[in-house]
Write a protein that binds this ligand. Structure first.
Ligand code: 8X3
Length: 250
């Protein structure tokens, strides 16, 4: 069935939609009947996916205020916002912290989520049943060695999202935080600056989640009746107990 055959008349915005969880979510929400607006910097990738799923691709750099403004101005209606853009750079002890990596992680995960969410709040409220899904991480709940740049940014992103949940009570906007553990996407490739061997080693010897596992959860969340607010979901592979303990570390 094509997306237009089963339209539910609702619009879903997915940030970071060019790969991984964002791309899988865009595909899945289109199958669910949403008109999907895909936002990302890699326009070639999102245009191709938008053509495939009957959605719309729109350039979006969440670290750039003007880009976010243009992205939002082109939207008439928004029912669901999936804050997925973000990522990690580096895996260094605090003593060796690269300040540019930290700035990138805070700018992308925290300020980026703030910019797009703040800008879309009026449209989400106008929809009469808005939903903000923020994909944080188990790194929003735990600290791990050498991960402080990322875990601190994810904690801040989580607190931003959870604070909004308090502030928006009484408005027609629901909020769901999804905290995934290890998901095999481009995440580790970005973290290790394109070093495939290092990225592959992260997932060797265990079975990580895949992007579709998270897209499934987002699809489920977005299809609940409006009285139901799924607050927070923590999801890890069976092979991972915490950020620091998995089937390899024992
Ligand atoms: C990614 C999960 O464990 O690599 O958000 O920080 S982890």
């Amino acid at each position: 069935m094509s997306a237009s055959d089963n339209s539910n008349g609702r619009v879903a915005v997915v940030t970071g939609a060019s790969s991984g969880i964002g791309a899988a979510t865009a595909r899945r929400l289109a199958q669910d009947g949403f008109q999907v607006v895909l936002g990302a910097r890699r326009v070639d990738r999102i245009s191709e996916l938008a053509d495939e799923i009957g959605g719309r691709a729109s350039y979006l750099d969440v670290t750039d205020a003007a880009s976010v403004e243009r992205f939002i101005a082109a939207l008439d209606r928004v029912d669901v916002l999936v804050n997925n853009a973000g990522g990690a750079k580096g895996l260094a002890p605090v003593a060796d912290a690269d300040l540019d990596d930290w700035r990138w992680m805070w700018e992308t995960n925290v300020i980026g989520t703030l910019r797009i969410t703040k800008g879309l709040l009026p449209k989400l409220a106008d929809s009469g049943d808005g939903l903000i899904i923020t994909v944080t991480s188990t790194a929003a709940l735990e600290a791990y060695d050498n991960g402080a740049g990322y875990t601190s940014a994810k904690h801040a992103q989580g607190v931003l999202h959870r604070t909004l949940r308090l502030e928006l009570i009484g408005t027609p906007i629901r909020l769901t935080e999804i905290c995934p553990g290890m998901v095999e996407t481009e995440f580790s490739l970005v973290r290790f600056d394109g070093d495939t061997a290092k990225a592959d080693a992260v997932y060797e010897g265990l079975e990580p989640l895949v992007a579709d596992d998270i897209a499934d959860i987002i699809s489920f969340t977005a299809s609940r009746p409006s009285r139901v607010d799924i607050d927070q979901i923590v999801v890890r592979p069976r092979d991972q107990a915490t950020s620091r303990r998995n089937i390899k570390t024992g």
